[in-house]
Design a protein around this ligand. Sequence first.
Ligand code: HEM
Length: 128
Amino acid sequence: PVRMTFYEAVGGEEFFTRLVGRFYEGVAQDEELRAMYPEEDLGPAEERLRLFLIQYWGGPRTYNEQRGHPRLRMRHVPFRIGTHERDLWLKHMRTAVDSVELPEPLERQLWEYMVMAAHSMVNVPGET
Ligand code: HEM
């Protein structure tokens, strides 16, 4: 039997555009998190997260074509990500996930991944 990818199940690219758009609306209004982003324009960062998630969940591999292998932990080394920053990130992602109104078990699957990924990005010694 042919199984659908998560990407197909949620309706493809449009879903990720909405999710990440909503997430970055939160980041833009969060002084502390916003200050971590080096560029004045959040647009390029939004596009990179959008393409990464599309690829991760089984969609087109445009992220790799444009950026190479994700190596996300390495790419986050320049930023001080402690438990506090992780929790801010997750708070805005929670709002974004709520806003897209996915049915279970898709919502649970997406959220569990976000929690795991955010925990894995913490890079302050002694914080986990
Ligand atoms: C890039 C912050 C977690 C995916 C970035 C950037 C910052 C940042 C400041 C640079 C912005 C830019 O690309 O211009 C954070 C913080 C996190 C976090 C504070 C808290 C835990 C995550 C997680 C994911 C993720 C969990 C994936 C699920 C990405 C991607 C990029 C990025 C794909 C662009 C990488 C590239 O191609 O250069 N993040 N991030 N981040 N982040 Fe995060």
